[in-house]
Design a protein around this ligand. Structure first.
Ligand code: HDE
Length: 690
């Protein structure tokens, strides 16, 4: 190419984009007109001013200037994937919902996981509730279950939602902190809202720092209704149970993962699906009738309460499989519009005042976010079943009613008259008896704020209780106003004396304040519910997990390949971490591609680690501080550690040689490698922590 030709000033080293990519389609304007030069604007002379006439430049800048839409006011950071829901049990005995009528039938689904407080660009491992929103494109209309990974919520009445969200988001004067509840405003509000105590226990537990979206439960939270073909109704709560098991990380890991890979959760889901390791959840229903609702200790309309699985067992009725990543993040994940009011015949809302408020809010927010009433015309939001109605026009209308009639009733006959009602197929609300004075009141049945908080706490393992104590202490240590800390301790005293004392000690709150005044005393008789704990329900499996192998040139090829094969058999991944990028050579001369250079691959990114330096090259690792923290962090995070004898100097430098325990294993044979993998299936060696 002639370097003196001003047009040769191409962005990519002189080649045109077409030449560089081999792509033969022609670049055009939005109007479809082919573009000859996308590198230079139109000017009056090569060094002269740009001409207004340049319609190509103007169109390009105009569109770029308007690329952003408002981010979600909550749950801004999220990640979506496609999949399907398969009905595994028919439910005609309890609901007329079409999706539950045919065993084995698959219904397309889209799921978006999210954090709540952070902006769109915040880090994945914030301590936060995770959104778990599922859109089911059923044959009888879209059904959205807009849930969270925690079965209860902070507040009881929708009117408090803006206050809750304002308090947890950045403080308005300074615009920080980002994606964190560890600040005065949040704890000020929370400590003034006793109803938030149960949720706060969950929020301070490991539930809010999941290892990945794949390893968390999902909950519809509210009581909904199922309605059968005869109009008979029962209540229902929705649960998603991960087939992969549950798993969380430690807070110290979360902090470090946010630095090492702020996209840790979305990358995990993207990789798992692309590798064919499709995550799967079972849909479980807790079905209960009015009689149970009457006699249950708490009000089933109160979203700060759950129904222990021991009291109403879960009936598994289907499975949700995510098997396709999005092809465009904006078009699908960003534009998807979940709405709690998207329900189908056979499902109905309950009078939960939080749910009632949500039913207004979700539709309303889409108008702002997506710019008009036609957001159901966007493919990700459009039903996949036929739809016919007389709603028309508005911004960006892609579908308008055809024919003469755009109103109903009309007398234009079958051809031109358009769609008609169908009383047999159509949605019917459950005709619940409702009456009462118009009041702004909270029901007395919502008044117990501490009993289930206590039940949650006593249901945790000792390790999990320690984590809760640490989380409260960490978060409240970031609160500057002593009165807020004290107020929180006074609430904790109503939940568990020891919990309160330990948190108070770590915060230097002395003497202990009096317990908070409670509308109702804390019940001491609620039994331990094992299902509320993550660790009591650990699935013993390393499937879908990742082993980080710290290696150098001269590594033992036999050990590595044996380990790699065992991991493959386990359905787990083996990642090579080395002092340099590129390739490393084994003692036998074969080469391996390095996955992570040591400073980009700290052990927090892996579920277990193996230290496999070349026989004579552990010295290299001893010089690299990140190699030392790779080992010490893995140990401190209670991970299983495999090593070979020549790794000992590194273990010594990491300060763990004296402390080697059952969670650490020297690998010298095929048998020990298999033993190591068996250990890894327990995910963490928690005994080390105690
Ligand atoms: Fe939401 N919530 N919410 N929420 N919520 C939104 O809708 C709202 C609540 C949840 O991936 C918003 O499209 C109110 C409970 C998820 O796109 C907004 C109240 C639960 C998502 C909204 C609640 C949730 C949202 C913001 C109290 C668990 C993300 C953007 C009455 C059961 C969905 C949007 C996605 C998003 C309002 C409480 C879950 C503003 C008013 C309880 C998973 O409409």
């Amino acid at each position: 190419m002639d370097k003196t030709d001003p047009k040769s000033n191409r962005g990519n080293g002189g080649e045109t984009h077409q030449q560089a990519t081999g792509n033969t389609s022609t670049l055009t304007t939005q109007q479809g007109a082919p573009i000859a030069d996308d590198q230079n604007s139109l000017k009056a002379g090569a060094r002269g001013p740009t001409l207004m006439e340049d319609h190509i430049l103007r169109e390009k800048l105009f569109h770029f200037d308007h690329e952003r839409i408002p981010e979600r006011v909550v749950h801004a950071r999220g990640f979506g994937a496609h999949g399907y829901f398969e009905t595994t049990e028919t439910l005609e005995d309890v609901t007329s919902a079409d999706i539950f009528q045919r065993k084995g039938e698959r219904t397309p689904a889209f799921v978006r996981f999210s954090t709540v407080a952070g902006s769109k660009g915040s880090a994945d491992l914030a301590r936060d509730v995770r959104g778990f929103a599922v859109k089911l494109y059923t044959k009888e209309g879209n059904w959205d279950i807009v849930g969270n990974n925690i079965p209860v919520f902070f507040i009881q009445d929708a009117i408090k939602f803006p206050d809750l969200v304002h308090s947890v988001k950045e403080e308005p004067d300074r615009g920080f902190p980002q994606a964190q509840s560890a600040h005065d405003n949040f704890w000020d509000f929370a400590s003034l809202m006793p109803e938030s105590m149960h949720m706060l226990m969950w929020q301070m537990s490991d539930r809010t720092i999941p290892r990945s979206f794949r390893f968390m439960e999902g909950f519809g939270v509210h009581s909904f209704r199922l309605v059968d073909k005869d109009g008979k109704s029962q209540f229902v709560k929705f649960h998603w149970k991960p087939k992969q098991g549950m798993q969380s990380v430690l807070w110290d890991e979360a902090l470090k993962i946010n630095g090492a890979d702020p996209d840790f959760h979305r990358r995990d889901l993207w990789n798992a699906i692309n590798q064919g390791d499709y995550p799967e959840w079972e849909l479980g229903l807790q079905i209960f009738d009015d009689e149970f609702a009457e006699k249950f200790e708490f009000d089933v309309l109160d979203a700060t309460k759950l129904i222990p699985e021991e009291q109403v067992p879960i009936r598994i009725v289907g499975r949700l499989v995510l098997d396709r990543v999005v092809s465009n993040f904006f078009a699908e994940t960003e534009q998807v519009a979940f709405c709690t009011q998207n329900i189908v015949k056979g499902i109905d809302h309950s009078n939960d005042p939080l749910l009632q408020g949500r039913n207004f809010s979700y539709l309303d927010t889409q108008l702002k976010r997506l710019g008009g009433p036609n957001f159901t015309h966007i493919p990700i939001n459009a039903p996949k079943c036929p739809m016919h109605h007389f709603q028309q026009d508005g911004h960006m209308a892609m579908r308008n009613p055809t024919g003469r009639a755009n109103y109903e009733p009309n007398s234009w006959g079958e051809e031109e008259g358009g769609p008609r009602e169908d009383p047999a197929r159509g949605f019917e609300s459950y005709p619940e008896d409702v009456s009462g004075p118009k009041v702004r009141e909270r029901s007395e049945t919502f008044a117990d704020h501490y009993s289930q908080a206590r039940q949650f706490y006593i249901s945790q393992t000792e390790t999990e209780q320690q984590h809760i104590i640490s989380a409260f202490s960490f978060e409240l240590s970031k609160v500057k106003r002593p009165a807020i800390r004290e107020r929180m301790v006074s609430h904790l005293l109503n939940i568990d004396q020891q919990l309160a004392e330990k948190v108070a000690e770590r915060l230097g709150v002395e003497p202990l304040p009096a317990p908070a005044e409670a509308a109702m005393p804390t019940r001491q008789d609620l039994p331990v519910s094992d299902k509320l704990s993550i660790l009591k329900n650990t699935l013993v499996s390393f499937k879908g997990r990742k082993m980080g192998v710290l290696m150098t040139d001269g590594y033992d090829a036999d050990i590595y390949h044996h380990l790699e094969n065992l991991l493959k058999g386990e359905g787990a991944l083996c990642k090579v971490v080395a002092p340099h990028a590129g390739e490393i050579k084994s003692n036998k001369g074969d080469v391996l591609t390095v996955d992570e250079k040591i400073d980009g691959g700290p052990s927090v990114l892996f579920d277990a680690v193996m230290i496999l330096p070349g026989i004579d090259s552990v010295e290299t690792l001893l010089q690299i501080p990140n190699a030392i923290t790779f080992v010490s962090d893995a140990f401190n995070h209670n991970k299983f550690i495999g090593y070979i004898e020549s790794a000992m100097p590194l273990l010594a430098k990491a300060g763990i040689v004296e402390m080697l325990d059952e969670g650490c294993l020297q690998l010298d044979s095929g048998e020990t490698a298999a033993e190591f993998i068996t250990k890894c299936r327990n995910l963490r060696y928690w005994q080390r922590a105690s």
